[in-house]
Design a protein around this ligand. Sequence first.
Ligand code: HSE
Length: 412
Amino acid sequence: MIKIAVMGYGVVGSGTVEVFYKNLKSIEQKIGDDIDIKYILDLRDFSDSPYSEKFIKDFDIILNDSEVKIVAEVIGGLDPAYRYVKSLLQNGKSVVTSNKELVAEKGAELLKIAREKNVNFFFEASVGGGIPIIRPLHHCLSANEIDEIAGILNGTTNYILTKMAEEGTDFSDALSQAQALGYAERDPSADINGADACRKICILASLAFGKHVYPKNVHTEGITAVSTEDVQYCKDFGGAIKLVAWARKEEEKVAVMVCPAFISESSQLSTVNDVYNAILVRGDATGDVIFYGKGAGKLPTASAVVSDIIIAAKMTGTSKSLYWEDSSELFTVDYKSLSNKFYVRLVCSDKSKVLSEAEKCWGNLNILRRNDELPNETAFVTESVNEEKFAADCRSISEYGEIKNIIRVLDY
Ligand code: HSE
């Protein structure tokens, strides 16, 4: 009999326990042994729960119980999760986690400890909710050199952008709906400011390129500035606005960014809607491979946690953790050296003056239109331009008009 513990009984934790007991029989068949949850750690009161006798409040009980071999950490955040996971690995227990912040910030260190202690540290649930991506990237695509990864990695923002585009829903109403559906983080600012997608692309990039990519070195923009006007102009452009996280190999370094972007309707990413996520992996042998599914929510995420528990149980006594090395900030390219096309929306008193100045800076402009366009408003897409030059050009264009929003245009 294998004994495990679950730390955290929020959305993902309660889903993990639910999926575990619902499918226990087939899980035991797959493992080839009996398995049970011995402890559930949570400071709140769950005396009415059918699992009430399993609840504990003291982490040390799990840490010091030699019978517990595998622990699922679904608390989220860095404190106390980092302390707990580190000591569990050091004590020879395997850990599975859905905690993207923990993996994105401390992955290299925790993977090293797991390897030294001959235990496993798995985190399939940290990226893409129920979509299998970590293990396929590490195993099934391992014959490839990965050139690029790009994805819609946050279910909450994709839900909000879809509701804005398809139903004209106001930003804050759409966010409230996403929270009620259990998609958003406890503090949803991590969703809407791009931090959550940033953590996820850091995990994928670290795995694909072999060295830790830290969130602090990734230029990250969220979706709070996206307005219904932008959504309407994007329809004229022929596409959709998506929060895209991407990472690309650039010789010995990687370029990584998270930003809202105009995506052409010819791209498969443009039709990924609601809570769905999609991850495009460009391998040198496979070409493009796309992973698609529900990127957030109780049961999809729990599915990935329980699958990691099953694999950890089957591998007890061997360390098959994924691995990447630590790195410095020199591993990431400064985004200012990159080039992109930009959508610009502005208001001005003299449109032809602004457009001729913009053309001098950014080449041929693709002028966009929308219904109910204001007389003093204009919007266009530029040719490809260096990021640093573009920012400087915007400062000079601002003499002729007020720039209301800027969104990159990405080709995926
Ligand atoms: N808040 C996250 C999202 C949950 O919306 O994608 C899944 O990581």
